[in-house]
Design a protein around this ligand. Structure first.
Ligand code: BDP
Length: 620
């Protein structure tokens, strides 16, 4: 599946804007809309919702904001008359968390996983020159079979509520664009590039693989195989080849890197179809406790982020993206993690062009069912047996307990699918330097090893060119973690000075240093993928106390000093880039405030500190 792009043979309609919209509040188990087949006629009710956006913060009724179940989006689109004879595809970039699509009266797609695209060939259903009714049912339910997981309960009055084990709000809706696009009937279906670069000689190499296919309407599929041209940024052809697989040599290649994100362009032709792909020539390797980009050690400075903002929630927003990257540049960051799910493709395209290094994360967050405020004391995550005792059960009227079996085969299959879709979508981006396959799973539990071994193997098989990692949780330090040896990079999320020893930075930093030195014994590169403190913007205190901007500054400052004493620590990612929305909770006043920027993207005091530290370090 290829990202829609315009070319001489391809055109698209981006179906952004207001769609007809309806909440499905029926009591039927399958949802009233499904039972009554709402896709067969214009949606009633007169509501409209923007795409892309989360719907949650656009409504005023609390029950609608916290709705658990389906919502329906619908619009008509006139299929251009000029598309006659072409293959026509309907594509959703993200329906969070489950999307079902109808073209007219016909169901054409059904997809689980809220952050990766899916599409359907609708050539037979779209009449050129006439309107096509497009209906999308979006479900937001999280269960023990989904990634991320959750538990749904119903009150005596029938009101359903969603519980989940991750610390960001469960925004839902059509979060990214919906497209209708046209290609020739015989078309380029997939493209994979792998690059190599020899810093000693400057020799670059681009290995490519082209998949082609023909839709049912193709009368005359091309006899010639695909051919490719590699152009430099000025448009000059620097290498070319024929056939579905090949290697393109670039004698004096200009490598892609932060500060000089040089992009070539691969032009692919197959019969009448043309497609193009930006290509950055670069290598990423782990050597001992170093991470090498184009053969040279790099240190990562940056953030764990979120796709999050006021009003639009998790809906992709070019304006927010451009502001975020301007701030990353201003502060001297060279990298970020797509915590805790794959971000919009627009973000990765932009990171390619801006030279940001990205740890791309699968949406596997909350696989730790006994953690802190979100989990149940004593619950087991990967062990298929009930472990809750009456003593550790919830209070009467408390949240629905996590059931027996917890994270089992179904969730593992969903997790594998999420990894596959992430790597299939993002493997051609030079900005992506590592795959993070989970955030803070319970890797102190013995059963975590059997759960993760096949997932790591699958990630490596899907892409042998990038390191594989996961973000380790505080409850699984080196003495008890059972999976770290399976991975290439050690990523740790640590809150010394916040959840542990709050207000006592001296003790906190001693423990932080001790633990990092214990991880250093693995001889692998260490990235601290989360550290930080909540700070309410405008709250100041001398001496610094928790929740003040001054304490956030002091904690980040002290942590950076520790990191720089340990040579194996090659990355520091502050949690978080900006304040963000969470589920309603008494310890989350208006959300999570660990942002170095406010939710409306203005600096807190810590931003100035980081700017001083990171800009002094210089690029790379
Ligand atoms: C970590 C999680 C992150 C949370 C953060 C926090 O990885 O999603 O938002 O803690 O508590 O455990 O602020």
């Amino acid at each position: 599946m290829l990202t829609p792009r315009e070319s001489s043979s391809r055109e698209y309609l981006r179906l952004d804007g207001l769609w007809r919209f309806r909440f499905d509040t029926g009591a039927e188990a399958a949802g009233a809309g499904t039972v009554q087949e709402w896709w067969r006629a214009p949606l009633t009710g007169g509501r409209e919702m923007p795409v892309p956006a989360s719907y949650n913060d656009l409504v005023t009724d609390p029950a609608e904001r916290e709705h658990v179940g389906d919502v329906w989006y619908q619009r008509d689109v006139v299929v251009p008359a000029s598309w006659a004879g072409r293959r026509i595809v309907l594509r959703c970039d993200a329906a969070t968390h489950h999307g079902t699509v109808w073209a007219g009266d016909t169901q054409v797609a059904d997809h689980s996983g809220g952050y990766t695209p899916f599409e359907a060939d609708v050539t037979e259903l779209a009449r050129c020159g006439e309107p096509l009714r497009v209906t999308v049912r979006v479900g937001n339910e999280l269960t023990m079979a989904t990634i991320p997981p959750g538990v749904i309960s119903a009150s005596a009055g029938g009101q359903r509520s969603q519980r989940y084990f991750h610390d960001f709000y469960n925004y839902a809706g059509l979060h990214r664009s919906v497209w209708l696009y046209a290609t020739p009937p015989a078309y380029i279906d997939g493209l994979t590039v792998r690059t190599d670069f020899d810093p000693a000689t400057g020799a670059g190499q681009v290995c490519y693989h082209v998949d082609t296919a023909a839709s049912g309407t193709a009368t005359d599929p091309p006899v010639a195989p695909a051919s490719v041209l590699l152009r430099d940024a000025a448009g000059e052809v620097v290498a070319q080849a024929e056939g579905p697989d090949g290697e393109l040599a670039v004698a004096s290649g200009r490598p892609w890197q932060p500060g000089d994100p040089y992009l070539y362009r691969l032009d692919v032709t197959y019969g009448a179809d043309e497609y193009w792909l930006p290509v950055g020539i670069r290598t990423v390797r782990v050597a001992g406790s170093r991470l090498l980009l184009n053969g040279a050690p790099i240190t990562l400075r940056g953030f764990g982020m979120h796709e999050d903002g006021a009003i639009r929630g998790k809906g992709h927003d070019d304006a927010r993206m451009v502001r975020d990257f301007a701030l990353l540049d201003w502060i001297g960051a060279n990298s970020f993690r797509t915590s805790h799910y794959p971000y919009a493709e627009e973000v990765l395209d932009y990171a390619d062009r801006r030279g940001l290094l990205v740890i791309a994360e699968a949406p596997a967050v909350g696989l730790h069912l006994s953690l802190g405020n979100m989990g149940d004391h004593g619950a087991r995550t990967f062990t298929p047996e009930p472990t809750k005792t009456a003593a550790s059960g919830p209070e009467p009227n408390g949240p629905e307990p996590i059931g027996a079996g917890a994270i089992g085969a179904e969730a593992a299959a969903a997790h594998l699918a999420a990894i596959r879709e992430l790597i299939a979508r993002d493997r051609n981006h030079p900005c992506v330097i590592a795959w993070s396959i989970a955030n803070e799973p319970d890797t102190a539990e013995g059963a975590a090893r059997d759960y993760f071994s096949p997932l790591v193997a699958a990630a490596r098989e899907l892409d042998a060119t990038r390191p594989v990692c996961f973000a380790n949780v505080a409850t699984a330090p080196p003495a008890v973690d059972v999976v770290t040896d399976l991975f290439d990079l050690i990523c740790v999320n640590r809150y010394y000075g916040w959840y542990v020893h709050p207000g006592d930075l001296k003790a906190a930093m001693r423990y932080l240093e001790d633990e990092l030195r214990a991880w250093a014994r693995y001889g692998k590169p260490i990235v601290v993928t989360e550290f930080g403190a909540d700070a309410l913007p405008g709250l100041h205190a001398l001496p610094p106390v928790v929740w003040s901007e001054d304490y956030q500054v002091a904690l980040i400052d002290a942590s950076l000093r520790v990191f720089r004493r340990i040579p194996q620590v090659i990355g520091e990612h502050v949690w978080n880039f900006a304040d963000f929305a969470t589920a309603q909770a008494v310890h989350r006043p208006g959300g999570n405030h660990k942002g170095v920027f406010t939710r409306d993207r203005q600096p807190k005091a810590a931003a100035w500190l980081l700017r001083e530290r990171w800009r002094d370090d210089g690029p790379g």
